[in-house]
Design a protein around this ligand. Structure first.
Ligand code: MG
Length: 159
């Protein structure tokens, strides 16, 4: 078995869509970034790559490459999942945490889990997404950004 960890943080700015786990969240503020800035999918992509010691998303999809401008991060994670299968591994489960002072994310979690299930090819029972505030502490607590952590477990394919 192999375990992977991922972390990401993006700044909140006015006038950008807020997309988390491939789901658009109603908000006047969105995350700044070269792609769609989906901080949860970025943490998940890094966890998947990390489990197989394949580097990180920034290495595979550099933000200097115009091909990735505004791209849906679902596409990036789809590509990473193909790499996982090419390396003869199967994803067993995924756990994740979003840290957002605002907006309130709890109502969106079921939809986000369904989206993640589609892109990761996992049952709902193997996907966990939790939402926390930052208790008004520090930059995240001032809602200057949103952060995400993800952990995944993988098993080699049976041959
Ligand atoms: Mg990112």
């Amino acid at each position: 078995m192999r375990v992977g960890i991922g972390y990401d943080v993006h700044r909140l700015v006015r006038g950008r869509p807020l997309i988390l786990g491939g789901v658009t969240i109603a908000s006047e503020w969105g995350l700044e970034g070269h792609s769609d800035a989906d901080v949860l999918l970025h943490a998940i992509g890094d966890a998947l790559l990390g489990a197989l010691a394949l580097g990180d998303l920034g290495e595979h999809f550099p933000d200097t490459d115009p091909r990735y401008r505004g791209i849906s991060s679902l596409k990036l994670v789809e590509t990473v999942m193909r790499m996982v299968h090419e390396h003869a591994y199967t994803l067993c489960n995924l756990d994740s945490v979003l840290i957002a002072q605002q907006p309130r994310l709890a109502p969106y979690l079921p939809h986000i889990r369904r989206k993640l299930g589609d892109v990761l090819g996992l049952d709902q029972g193997c996907i966990s997404v939790k939402a926390k505030t930052a208790e008004h502490l520090g930059a995240l607590g001032r809602a200057e950004g949103i952060a995400a952590y993800a952990v995944c477990l993988m098993a080699p394919h049976h041959r």
